[in-house]
Design a protein around this ligand. Sequence first.
Ligand code: HEM
Length: 155
Amino acid sequence: MDSEIQGRAAHSAAIRERAEAEMASMGVDAAFIDRLVETFYGRVLAHPALGPVFDARLSGRWPKHMEKMKSFWSSVAFRSGAYGGKPVQAHVGVANMAPDLFPQWLALFSATLDDIAPSDAAKAWFMATAERIAKSLTLSLFYNPALDDPRLRKG
Ligand code: HEM
């Protein structure tokens, strides 16, 4: 039993080490995650469509949200296990949430990375990850079988 637990711990440590090495090779460290979250949510607040949706829900709770988002992104990037929340539930019931906000969120994230990402590889990694999560959140929040008729699909 003990050796099984030790084996699992060694496996998690190996995954973490590999993730840290991959991030380091792109110039990504904890300080960059902090900067990304601070810069991005600063711009979210100033964005005409996104700002009011975020602020209506987070007014008075911004510092906690920022800490959560830093631990979220370090968990994804470094496999640190720091974040243990439930992203889908967190978005359920956000007033005025709409599918067309997601492309705007992604465009703002992309512009932020253009300005501050330490390398092209880092930008590509953060964008690919955000696009995957945005797609999965969009499906969980808005999937509607009535709109999923293949005959309605373009191209
Ligand atoms: C239009 C797009 C989005 C909007 C309007 C939005 C809005 C919000 C709001 C208002 C919260 C705070 C919920 C609360 O604490 O009451 C939140 C939390 C969060 N969002 Fe988003 N979000 C969007 C897209 C995304 C995307 C693309 C990601 C991931 C890349 C993401 C990841 C998260 C995470 C991890 C949390 C924290 C969840 C928790 O409480 O554990 N969001 N979002």
